[in-house]
Design a protein around this ligand. Structure first.
Ligand code: ADP
Length: 491
């Protein structure tokens, strides 16, 4: 256990800052460390061991050993489920501490860490704990006197690279199906937010996961991440992050023909018809864009509002946006914290400048909030045209583009005019219209009269450039299993 100086109002305990490899906490081979920062104060929280190719080598070796010859292979499926439930129980027991650590490292409001992220994390582990002993094959009636059956075997060592926007939840989405299926994992958390993944590693050891089953190597994408992607000992690579990074990963993974799944970005349409419950739609628009400071791959960043209610809708929306409480993420009343780091902060401000330059009207926000920390005032642009940068590119911040539309056909076409296809939402009291939209929008998830409804049982992932494969639900087990067909001659 590293003892670091306890930052003001940080966690109630010192926290882990080393690499987890083969059941041991260790320094990186190079001895290097990197700083992780509190985005609300811009102060360093801790130095964390910086893994690179040499550490990935050790971690993959440990994961291979645990998979190929360790006790994990022989662990009964039901016991894999029990272990995962034990991990979920430990997370629940330490919920407050984990929520604080997440808020400290990421900047998200404590009310969200506690009431949204953590419950989803626990639920995800419990859901996949239930799957561990239900991963069945089939018996298949083939021609001839044969007994043919399939079984689903773990794919092997899974490399998992995750982003900083939901640091713990992304661990749960990755470990849940992988460990339920019997894989071993090497996780590389995002360099901005390594702390909660390391704490989950400690809890996993406490739960009783055998050494080498879970390995965690914090570090940078171009070094640790790239080494994981290229390593021939890794059978499967799961990545959540930017499309540009996914392209690099796909090229590199081609050398070893790794199985890959991607969960990438979006520029999701949130469509409000005049016949909707407008108050509910305003709240849905707020949640859909400003949750997590707008740092959501599924953010409803293109808000299409039907012409006849546009002005009324924008008035109500802007009033609520102006009333949002920004500030200390540890204050339970805070609704919006800082962006995760300076790079994101600068990128968002540059999009706001582009929005203004290209002729959109900034109704509220449009600037930094305060003079310390990476806070950006929640921003609403109207008069947004489809070809403006703020309507086409993922901003990953609290910047909403409101776009006027006239009718169903038009909005479907415009909503689909994007390279992305992660989610969409529609607000209407006309059930036929809702289904028409759900049918014709090219996106992996469509929410009708709701937004951001996530459940461990419901698959999530993107069409088009928003991803490959699905996470969550039964479907995610496919990512971590190989199907084997066995045919036995009966005479
Ligand atoms: P973001 O801009 O949201 O940080 P990235 O795609 O850059 O999105 O990062 C998501 C994750 O991918 C992080 O863990 C990061 O370290 C990792 N990553 C970045 N570049 C690479 C790369 N070339 N190879 C492997 N992983 C990478």
């Amino acid at each position: 256990m590293a003892t670091v100086t306890e930052p003001r109002r940080a966690t109630r305990r010192a926290f882990q800052t080393k690499l987890l490899i083969g059941g041991q906490w260790r320094d990186s081979v190079s001895g290097k460390t990197f700083g992780t920062f509190n985005p609300a104060t811009e102060e360093e929280i801790a130095q964390v061991a910086e893994g690179d190719a040499a550490d990935i080598e050790l971690a993959v070796k440990a994961a291979r050993k645990a998979f190929d010859s360790g006790p994990w292979r022989k662990t009964d499926a039901r016991d894999r489920g029990r272990l995962m439930n034990r991990l979920a129980d430990l997370i629940e027991k330490h919920l407050d501490e984990l929520a604080e650590l997440e808020t400290l490292d990421n900047g998200k409001p404590i009310s969200e860490s506690k009431n949204a992220d953590l419950p989803l994390v626990i639920d995800c582990f419990r859901y996949y704990a239930g799957w561990a002993d239900k991963i069945h094959g089939q018996t298949i009636p083939i021609r001839g006197n044969y007994f043919c059956y399939t079984k689903r075997e773990p794919v092997g060592v899974a490399g998992q690279i995750i982003p900083w926007n939901f640091p713990m939840l992304m661990v749960a989405w990755k470990w849940g199906p992988a460990l339920a299926a019997g894989c071993t994992v090497v996780l590389k958390p995002a360099e901005q937010t390594p702390l909660t993944a390391l704490r989950l590693g400690e809890l996993a050891l406490e739960a009783g996961y055998p050494e080498g089953v879970i390995n965690i190597v914090p570090g940078f994408g171009e070094t640790a991440g790239a080494a994981l992607v290229g390593h021939p000992g890794v059978d499967k690579l799961a990545f959540t992050g930017e499309g540009r990074t996914a392209q690099i990963i796909m090229r590199s993974a081609a050398d070893t023909l790794k199985r890959i799944t991607f969960e990438l970005g979006g520029k999701s349409p949130n469509i409000v018809f005049a016949d909707a419950d407008l108050d509910a739609a305003v709240d849905g628009a707020l949640l859909g864009l400003y949750l997590n400071q707008g740092q959501c791959c599924c953010a409803g960043s293109r808000l299409f509002v039907q012409e006849s209610v546009h002005d009324k809708f924008v008035d109500r929306l802007a009033a609520k946006v102006k009333a949002r409480r920004l500030g200390d993420p540890f204050d339970p009343a805070t609704e919006q914290g800082p962006q995760v780091d300076k790079a994101q902060f600068d990128k968002i401000l540059s999009y706001i400048a582009k929005g203004r330059d290209q002729g959109a009207k900034c109704v509220t926000g449009g600037e930094r909030f305060g003079d310390k920390g990476f806070f950006i005032a929640p921003t609403v642009f109207t008069d947004v045209k489809d070809d403006m940068a703020i309507a086409r590119e993922e901003i990953f911040g609290p910047v909403l583009s409101v776009i006027k539309f006239r009718d169903v056909e038009e909005v479907i076409e415009r909503a689909n005019t994007t390279d992305y296809g992660l989610v969409a939402a529609v607000w209407t009291r006309d059930i036929g219209k809702a289904h028409a939209i759900a049918d014709r929008i090219r996106a992996g998830t469509v929410w009708v009269n709701c937004y951001d409804v996530f459940d461990a049982a419901a698959p999530f992932g993107g069409f088009k450039r928003s991803g490959i494969g699905r996470e969550l639900g039964e479907k995610a087990l496919d990512n971590y299993t190989e199907l084997k067909t066995v045919t036995v001659a009966l005479d």
